[in-house]
Design a protein around this ligand. Sequence first.
Ligand SMILES: Cc1cc2nc3c(=O)[nH]c(=O)nc-3n(C[C@H](O)[C@H](O)[C@H](O)COP(=O)(O)O)c2cc1C
Length: 355
Amino acid sequence: MALSIFSPLTIRGMTLKNRLVVSPMQQYLTPDGLVGTWHMVHLGSRAVGGAGLIITECSAVSPEGRNTLFDTGLWNDEQVAAWQPIVQFVQEQGAKIAIQLWHAGGKGSHRHPQEGMTYLPPTEGGWLPKGPSPTALGNGLAAEALTLAEMETIKANFVAATQRAVQAGFDSIELHAAHGYVFHQFYSGLTNHRTDQYGGSFENRIRLLVETVQAMRQVMPEAMPLLARLSVVDYSDDPRAWQLADGVRLSAILKVHGVDVVTASGGGFVTVDPATVFPSYQVPMAEKIKTETGVITGAVGMINEAQQANAIIASGQADLVLMARELLRDPYFPLRASRELHLTAEVPQPYKRAF
Ligand SMILES: Cc1cc2nc3c(=O)[nH]c(=O)nc-3n(C[C@H](O)[C@H](O)[C@H](O)COP(=O)(O)O)c2cc1C
């Protein structure tokens, strides 16, 4: 029988009841990185709405790994305790939940989006953002170069956050290695101008990411899946830019090191021409990664409709469909999609009289 978005999928020890995934979405609502009632209702509604997997917004592994002072985090035990009831509620609805772990690197220390996302200097509670090289990033700010010791600390912080994610009861972890943040800053030639073992060749530029994956996998339970979100293209013609062939090559390497799912996203440094953004525009990139590497692949980007989402799975272009903005408009999209497609999603018991 052909697969549908409501076909289950088992990844290591985690079985998803369907293939509709809540794509990570920053809320910029948490002073001290602590999630609260908003996150319970926000993520909880999408679990009630029928998503198979919920990926949390990017959560920083250390305070200076944040983009703004309002990002969620997982660098202390108080944050573990804050996540626990949310994780439990989501799981009680039959959904699985992954935390997206993240370090903003040279893109750190911004004001809140409502204040324009401009640089927040140390004199106002910010910090000096550091990336691979003192390169001006998309925000025009030249980050300082990380020392080797500071890179070891970043890896150690990912390991500690991984252990906290296990403690908090998450089903899975997604490593955010896309959108111009620290791992992408290292693997893209646009932003990495180092001359040490972390710069220059492809192998050197992916080294920080590969070493972090290896270190995380060592402390993760064997049954726990590790997901990675990549910018598989830079959307730039600059000869130093990251191209799809690089994204495919990196996906294959990450698979060998224990990454179970790659989500094919893109960009992070250059402004993308709106004319090149249309429904399913990134799906062919996911398809290429799936076909050429065999890794379980997630498609994301302007997937807004039930038929559209279902066709991606039924045709085998990707294994998972991630949706962001449509799930903000309608947290019950999966239940609606099951009616539109005449497929049977599990309806929460108290809502059954309506279906
Ligand atoms: C409000 C908002 C916040 C986002 N925050 C994150 C994030 O924390 N991590 C991430 O990897 N992507 C983030 N994204 C990108 C989305 O996950 C998704 O890749 C993008 O919106 C394209 O999907 P869509 O067309 O379904 O919205 C965010 C997008 C939105 C709209």
